[in-house]
Ligand binder design. Structure first.
Ligand SMILES: Cc1ncc(COP(=O)(O)O)c(C=O)c1O
Length: 377
């Protein structure tokens, strides 16, 4: 299965694809884009009720599109261009039951006349996850329930048909990575105008890791931040390799110089916000959600509450530590949280949608045992 390519492929084509990968410079990332979003997305300094040690900035990709925003828009602009050029008749993807990626794929695929079929895996119930799934179904999603991640991969193979364009989980892969590499140029220009030359870190939620990978590639090329802090939302011992690999692969495909050691050094995996795992809120994430609400930013528990909690914690820590800390203490101690959740209220996408989920899908959203009314480990 090759995400980002139409099925079926012949053996000869597969061999050709490996050959092209081996000669990267002859196989640059496709430049075609179907414009779906509006850019640049806003950048602003965050003011919290309680002052922070450093400065916290927000890059708000929640406003990346009027129909449905978030970090999937930049990825889908490239993925859907590829699907159209390959003559796809259907989009086939995979995700958790309340996946924003699946919803975005349905919404934007439908605009291009491409229906979406998705294999869905269980996740803890939240109202947001249920609404996201209801909105996706209302946007035309044909859902195939799976009992686990492994079962989902098997089902994905079984479901694929001639004319399917396969999109990996979260829009994973080189096209989405490159979209976020270019988004760093957009940010650099905005920060330059705000008088900021260099950030301590860019903090972002990491699922499939392609958003963080694109930001890492951008940081390597522009030097706009000392590091990318990828906030892990589920246990995944391979996340560092996945993010670095996607960043280096994208740079390689574009014929850019590769510095694997620098890439590893500029990526930090923040794993202390995982809590009880994917889709489970943690105490710190709940606090962060309240703080974000105080300046008008809505978060959800799976990705953005954890990432924003990490961003606050970083910005609150005193500057310095480690080699060169004296110099850094004199520099501005600024972090940027890259917001990845759509800011478009789901109400518009839910207008006319059935109130309840069909039975075969409702059980995918598992209600965890509650303690004091909260799902806390
Ligand atoms: C709101 C939100 N933030 C972050 C992510 C993670 O992005 P990535 O898969 O590129 O790591 C997702 C993925 O689905 C998401 O829905």
């Amino acid at each position: 299965m090759f995400p980002g390519e139409t099925f079926p492929r012949k053996t000869g084509e597969v061999k050709a694809s490996f050959f092209q990968m081996a000669s990267a410079r002859s196989n640059p990332i496709d430049a075609d884009v179907i414009p779906l979003g509006s850019y640049p997305t806003p950048v602003r300094k965050v003011e919290l009720p309680e002052p922070l040690e450093g400065e916290l900035w927000l890059k708000d990709d929640g406003h990346s599109a009027q129909l449905y925003g978030g970090n999937k828009v930049r990825k889908l602009e490239r993925l859907l261009a590829l699907a159209q050029r390959q003559g796809a008749r259907r989009l086939l993807t995979i995700g958790a039951a309340g996946s924003h990626h699946v919803l975005a794929t349905c919404v934007f695929g439908a605009r291009l006349g491409l229906p979406t079929r998705a294999v869905l895996t269980p996740q803890p119930w939240t109202e947001h996850a249920e609404d996201t799934l209801r909105a996706a179904l209302h946007a035309g999603l044909a859902a195939v329930p799976a009992t686990s991640g492994l079962a989902a991969l098997r089902l994905l193979r079984r479901e694929r048909q001639p004319g399917d364009f396969v999109i990996g989980p979260g829009g994973w892969g080189v096209a989405g990575t490159w979209a976020y590499r270019l988004a760093v140029d957009e940010l650099q220009e905005q920060l330059r105008r705000a008088g900021i030359e260099r950030l301590e870190g860019i903090v972002v939620a990491a699922g499939s890791g392609s958003t963080a990978a694109g930001l890492l590639a951008g940081v390597l090329e522009t030097g706009i931040a000392r590091r990318v802090i990828a906030v892990q939302v589920a246990a995944n011992p391979l996340l560092r390799a996945i993010i670095t690999g996607q960043a280096l692969n994208a740079l390689w495909r574009q014929g850019r110089p590769l510095h694997a050691a620098r890439a590893l050094a500029r990526l930090e995996i923040e794993s202390s916000f995982v809590g009880a795992g994917y889709g489970h809120a943690s105490e710190r994430a709940i606090t962060a959600t309240g703080l974000a609400r105080s300046f008008g930013l809505a978060l959800e528990p799976t990705y953005t509450a954890k990432a924003f909690a990490a961003a606050i914690e970083r910005t609150h820590a005193p500057a310095g530590g480690g080699a060169g800390s004296k110099l850094r203490l004199r520099q501005r101690h600024a972090y940027l949280y890259w917001h990845t959740l759509s800011s478009v209220p789901l109400t518009a996408l839910l207008t006319g949608a059935p109130e309840a989920l069909p039975n075969e899908l409702a059980h995918l959203l598992r209600k965890p045992p509650l303690r004091d009314g909260r799902d806390v480990p």
